[in-house]
Design a protein around this ligand. Structure first.
Ligand code: CA
Length: 455
């Protein structure tokens, strides 16, 4: 919510809360709009910054992060608005709202020097694809580092109201007649995601294929920017879409559709979107990278306290960020309350979005086993050639910098119990009983009936 902070005094606060801003100083301000009396401390703060041990001095206090206005971006917005970036010395973090995932890719390629971004929020495996030059202009290879996972859950599959009452839910096998009927019509079932070959594409494909619907031949899949999804569903040009909150839930509130499934129902505690930065930025600014990570981690912990979720929803809904008519659209899903719009009501805190920890362990830590699932799923649908199964380890070791996450966590005093000891989260289980063992990705592919790859 905009009125939370007067932008001018807020800016002063961010500039004055330097590297060594004491916890007492920050605690006194957080949750309250900074008053002019806070800026009275600027002299002391400036002195403290100046006295910082040169070894700890950050290479820069400035970074530009791109984000998409969905709940995945909350750790960035909260870290900025609650002063967590500033607390660790990153006093000039610019958050740049992206019009589409295509813009995010292009702005990454340009970099902040050219008016783009240094990194930010990514669907997977975008950082790997950019590193390999597979989605950049002229196939230019731009090495990137994955530094943290931002969120789990918070995504869903929305369906247009005209399909209500046709048994379209988590198990698509029950709606086979609907899909078969539309397949032969001139208007096949059209499902949208926000960028091809990444998370949202994978969720909709997994959901369809688990029930025996072939996403490549039984339906039509299209790419639509998140902000346009509601409009397209209203005009009837789209039967389904897969994206992050608040978009699926908005269509329920606006009475134009319902939710067939939450991603939390398809794969409980699944990997979702990530913080990644251009490798050249990280290599040049190793201390600033860790400071940025510490701010993100603190925001993630703050977000997981359900007492803070009302305030979080209000901040995110503000005009500068998601620009929503009401924060309730965010708050209900944030509390695990989903009116699915077809009579089904979910009230289950374990299906809410989590940012720091979930039932399976760390959310923030970027498990390499999850990168491997995204690469394996890319092979499943023919988005990447089969040899990526053997190339995956080298690529993941290059892109996934869980080592930097661990260093930042240790430096900021994160409890040892919250720092994973293995880069693998172990065997993953999907709602249809399919298992992904990171030791045996080929076995996972063999166990799937619908796939493009021959294995
Ligand atoms: Ca997402």
């Amino acid at each position: 919510m905009n009125e939370f902070f007067n932008s001018i005094s807020r800016r002063k606060f961010l500039l004055t809360a330097g590297v060594s801003a004491s916890a007492v100083f920050l605690k006194g301000c957080l949750g309250n709009p900074p008053t002019t009396s806070n800026s009275g401390g600027s002299g002391i703060q400036a002195q403290q910054v100046a006295n910082v041990n040169p070894e700890q001095k950050l290479e820069t206090t400035k970074v530009k992060l791109g984000y998409t206005p969905i709940v995945e971006s909350a750790p960035f917005i909260i870290a900025k608005e609650k002063g967590f970036f500033a607390k660790y010395g990153m006093t000039d973090v610019e958050l740049a709202k992206q019009a589409s995932w295509g813009s995010m890719r292009d702005n990454t390629e340009i970099g902040s020097a050219g008016g783009g971004v240094d990194g930010g929020q990514y669907q997977m495996p975008m950082p790997h694809l950019i590193t390999e030059g597979l989605i950049t202009k002229g196939n230019q290879k731009i090495p990137m580092y994955v530094l943290a996972q931002l969120i789990t859950h918070g995504n869903g599959i929305a369906i247009a109201n005209k399909h209500i009452g046709k048994e379209l839910s988590v198990d698509t096998a029950k709606a086979k007649e609907l899909f078969n009927g539309l397949k032969s019509s001139k208007d096949p079932f059209t499902a949208a995601f926000t960028f091809p070959h990444v998370n949202q594409d994978f969720w909709i494909r997994y959901w369809l294929a688990a029930g025996g619907i072939d996403p490549d031949s039984d339906v039509k899949l299209v790419t639509v920017p998140a902000a346009q999804t509601v409009a397209n569903m209203k005009t009837g040009t789209m039967d389904a879409f897969s994206t992050g909150d608040p978009w699926p839930y908005r269509i329920v509130k606006d009475k134009i559709g319902f939710l067939a499934a939450l991603t939390a129902e398809i794969w409980k505690n699944h990997p979702e979107e990530y913080l990644a930065l251009r490798a050249d930025w990280v290599d040049k600014h190793p201390k600033a990278t860790k400071a940025l990570l510490k701010g993100v981690m603190e925001a993630q912990k703050w977000l997981d306290n359900f007492d803070n979720r009302k305030e979080a929803a209000q901040i995110l809904a503000g005009r500068n960020y998601f620009n929503l008519p009401t924060a309730d659209i965010l708050l209900e899903p944030f509390e695990g309350k989903y009116n699915m719009g077809d009579g089904r009501v979910i009230n289950d805190k374990t299906k809410a979005a989590y940012y720091w920890k979930d039932e399976k362990g760390s959310v923030s830590y970027p498990y390499k086993s999850h990168d491997l699932w995204f690469i394996t799923e890319s092979v499943r649908w023919g988005f990447l050639p089969k040899d990526y199964l053997t190339k995956a380890k080298t690529l993941i070791d290059k892109v996934n910098r869980e080592d930097i996450w661990k260093e930042a966590a240790k430096e900021s005093g994160i409890a040892a119990a919250d720092i994973p000891t293995s880069t693998s989260r172990g065997v993953e289980v999907f709602f249809d009983g399919i298992k992904f063992d990171p030791q045996k990705p080929e076995e996972y592919l063999k166990s799937l009936k619908i796939k493009k790859v021959t294995i």
